[in-house]
Design a protein around this ligand. Structure first.
Ligand SMILES: NC(=O)c1ccc[n+]([C@@H]2O[C@H](COP(=O)([O-])OP(=O)(O)OC[C@H]3O[C@@H](n4cnc5c(N)ncnc54)[C@H](OP(=O)(O)O)[C@@H]3O)[C@@H](O)[C@H]2O)c1
Length: 309
């Protein structure tokens, strides 16, 4: 498994990581969670991403792999995403969320704690980040950062205390490539690509499970407008497998991306994603084709295609 230096953190991370949203939100059975996480760790994956907001995700991860804690970089998030007025952003609540994450994840430290998509105003006020810095000073968290998109993520990437930014980067979500990655690279900020295979946007929406039906809808519409196919990009064989591979390899080809955290509830998909990543970056012609398709489709739509949180 290819590893990359994780920005300024001193860690090395596998290019494929595990995204813990679906196992929590879709309430995947514990046995299945343990199977997926252990197979990924066995294959050299060493990044696990979760959040307080992903329902039972932190507990499930703790239960499944806390006995292998020295084998992974553990990332969690705090606060209530999308609701800047929530009490979850108050310093006492953030402090309690860090402590609760340690209990749920059965560990004495998190490698990374991220602010979970708070708005720009909260970020600018500084108090939320200062609270995480205090958790770092107390040894509960090794590095702090921000998870989100667009102007907020670009702003966060420039802050001296921010060591890690998690942001949407995929074939259907390219705004952060130009908005966030240049600043992050200049400051050696670690970058986690979230939604790295665009929520499997090539699937018919009716085949998306549970909450993904609404969540993936925007990407599904964008991909249809982009009017590209795996065959156009030189991929043969099963179309769904080809989409998954080209989507992941596109994200991993972006300069400045260190790891791509794929959400999955399916061990076969977990294995296929490892095999896809092993094929390395996409060729330059395919990357250019995907970049051009996004730009043209965005322009034809008459709207700015912002990064989706
Ligand atoms: N604001 C934030 O901080 C934020 C927002 C979004 C996401 N995240 C993080 O980023 C992670 C990844 O994002 P995501 O889970 O939304 O999206 P994603 O990783 O782009 O896509 C996940 C979807 O792709 C499917 N999939 C995975 N591998 C596949 C394969 N080889 N072939 C076909 N389908 C495949 C999964 O279904 P199966 O279960 O069937 O494999 C799931 O429906 C999250 O889990 C979370 O940790 C953070």
């Amino acid at each position: 498994m290819e590893k990359r230096r994780f920005g300024c953190t001193g860690n090395e991370v596998s290019v494929v990581g595990f995204g813990g949203a679906p196992i929590g939100i879709l309430e995947t059975q514990q046995q299945q969670v343990a199977r997926i996480l252990n197979l990924l760790l066995d294959e050299g994956v060493n990044v696990i991403d979760t959040a307080a907001a992903y329902q039972g995700s932190e507990q499930a991860i703790g239960q499944a792999v806390a006995h292998r804690r020295d084998q992974y970089v553990l990332v969690s998030k705090c606060g209530e995403p999308g609701n800047p007025d929530s009490d979850e952003w108050k310093p006492e609540a953030l402090k309690a969320t860090v402590d609760r994450a340690l209990t749920r994840l059965r560990t004495d430290h998190l490698d990374v704690m991220l602010l979970h998509t708070c708005g720009l105003e909260l970020l600018r006020r500084g108090e939320v980040l200062e609270t995480l810095v205090r958790a770092r000073q107390a040894g509960k968290v090794r590095h702090v950062g921000y998870s989100g998109d667009n102007e907020e993520a670009a702003y966060a990437a420039a802050l001296p205390d921010v060591a890690v930014v998690e942001t949407s980067l995929n074939i259907c979500d390219q705004a952060n490539i130009d908005r966030v990655l240049p600043e992050a690279r200049a400051r050696n900020v670690a970058i986690i690509a979230k939604r790295p295979i665009a929520n499997a946007a090539w699937k018919d929406l009716s085949e998306q499970p549970g909450f993904y039906q609404d969540y993936a809808e925007n990407y599904t519409r964008r991909l249809a407008r982009m009017d590209i196919s795996p065959a156009d990009l030189g991929f043969e064989g099963d179309e769904s497998d080809a989409w998954a591979e080209l989507a992941l390899r596109f994200t991993l080809s972006l300069p400045g991306v260190h790891t791509a955290i794929i959400g999955t509830t399916n061990p076969d998909h977990a294995r296929a994603n490892l095999a896809a990543a092993a094929h390395g970056p996409l060729g330059q012609a395919a990357i250019q084709r995907i970049r051009d398709a996004f730009r043209h489709a965005e322009s034809d739509s008459g709207k700015k295609w912002e990064g989706l949180t």
